[in-house]
Design a protein around this ligand. Structure first.
Ligand code: GDP
Length: 223
């Protein structure tokens, strides 16, 4: 298999990729929105979470990942934006037990202070207290790269000792040269973060880049 410069080198085998396709197939279900920790579902399976600045392309990526338009709502949907939204695959058989968690977007330019506090509180408590949380995918818009607010979140993840992995989004919007440069600079920035998984995923929801690899990582956590 050949790779373009800057393309995520997949460690997944063909068999892993095929198994991951089967894993995401079918209609995913919205389990519940969690505005505070007492509403969390029972921690009886592994879970992976998606975090990122508002408008990073998080809803689009989750929807593209499971091939289901409208599963994750865009950040413009009132109400659900301040909650942890839990989803699960349809079939609960062996190898399909997992929660996928859509975390509330952060970094609104004009977010009122109390909103930021609510976000920080919920996310901090969740990250610290959830033993079944296997990985947080931290989404970064490829056009903007890491922003100070993303570094704050990485710090939070480090402090909570939660494994996180960067997924660049919207890579269709930048040139192959910029992708290569961004990939390298992001890898470099991760060296300061012990909780960072040392592989950056390059994704595009519109074009499909990186989705099979991301599916394979997620399917690998299902029991
Ligand atoms: P969220 O706020 O993080 O959930 O972001 P959305 O998924 O709502 O996406 C924000 C905007 O970016 C929308 O206009 C999407 O159409 C656009 N977008 C999301 N993913 C991609 C992508 O992979 N490529 C391109 N070109 N646009 C994208």
């Amino acid at each position: 298999m050949t790779h373009l410069p800057g393309e995520a080198l997949s460690t997944a085998s063909e068999a892993d990729l095929a198994q991951a396709e089967r894993f995401v197939a079918g209609e995913w279900l919205f389990v519940r929105g969690v505005p505070s920790l007492e509403f969390l579902p029972e921690a009886d399976r592994a879970e992976v979470a998606f975090a990122g600045r508002s408008n990073v392309g998080k809803s689009s990526l989750i929807n593209a990942l499971v091939g289901q338009h409208g599963l994750a709502r865009t950040s413009n949907t009132p109400g659900r934006t301040q909650e942890l939204n839990f989803f699960r695959p349809p079939d609960q058989g062996a190898g399909r037990l997992l929660y996928l968690v859509d975390m509330p977007g952060y970094g609104f330019a004009k977010a009122p202070k109390h909103k930021v506090q609510v976000w920080t509180r919920l996310v901090k408590d969740y990250l610290r207290g959830r033993a079944t949380l296997k990985r947080v995918f931290l989404l970064i818009d490829a056009r903007h790269g890491l922003k100070p607010v993303d570094s704050e979140v990485m710090k939070l993840l480090n402090e909570a000792a939660v494994s996180f992995q960067i997924a660049l989004t919207k890579v269709d919007k930048i040139s192959a040269t910029s992708r290569e440069a961004l990939h390298l600079s992001t890898m470099e920035a991760l060296k300061a973060h012990p909780a960072a998984f040392p592989q950056v995923l390059l994704t595009s929801s519109t074009r499909g880049d990186g989705l099979p690899e991301l599916r394979a990582v997620i399917a690998g956590f299902a029991a």
